[in-house]
Design a protein around this ligand. Structure first.
Ligand code: 5GP
Length: 131
């Protein structure tokens, strides 16, 4: 069965899109640790990060780097943190999280944003993205 992220790629589930290339997609996490929490995924559905072939793995890292640069311009923070977990969604995704404190990367605190705030945030990050 297609992962929830494949359904997002196919447009069957909406997302707040931040950036896209032929092979990768970045969108806002729906239950963010911190404002600007973004997920970067390969369009090819693979469960585990280290099962990606080397080219897609390297491409995902470079795509994530570009998204992180845009994110840091859009969201005031000390730095962008990066994490890969995948215990909830079995489709490789890189978490990019604007950090101000260690709590922001711990996946225990969550922030609530309105649909308008999500939309505006995605557009702002996207405006800084240089693909
Ligand atoms: P993990 O698999 O790394 O433990 O976490 C999966 C992440 O995906 C979580 O941070 C969760 O909030 C996010 N997530 C799960 N379902 C959706 C969805 O339908 N849309 C978006 N934008 N994010 C999702």
């Amino acid at each position: 069965m297609a992962s929830i992220f494949t359904k997002i790629i196919e447009g069957n589930i909406p997302c707040y899109k931040v950036a896209e290339s032929d092979d990768f997609l970045a969108f806002l996490d729906i239950n963010p640790n911190a404002k600007g929490h973004t997920l970067c995924i390969p369009k090819k559905e693979v469960n585990k990060l280290f099962d990606l072939d080397a080219e897609i793995y390297a491409g995902l890292m470079e795509f994530s780097r570009k998204v992180a640069v845009a994110l840091e311009k859009a969201v005031p923070c000390k730095r962008i943190g990066m994490s890969v977990i995948g215990l909830e969604v079995p489709h490789v995704h890189v978490h990019l999280i604007p950090l101000n404190t260690m709590e922001d990367i711990r996946f225990v605190q969550k922030v609530t944003l309105s649909p308008e705030e999500f939309k505006e945030l995605a557009e702002t990050i996207s405006s800084h993205f240089e693909g």
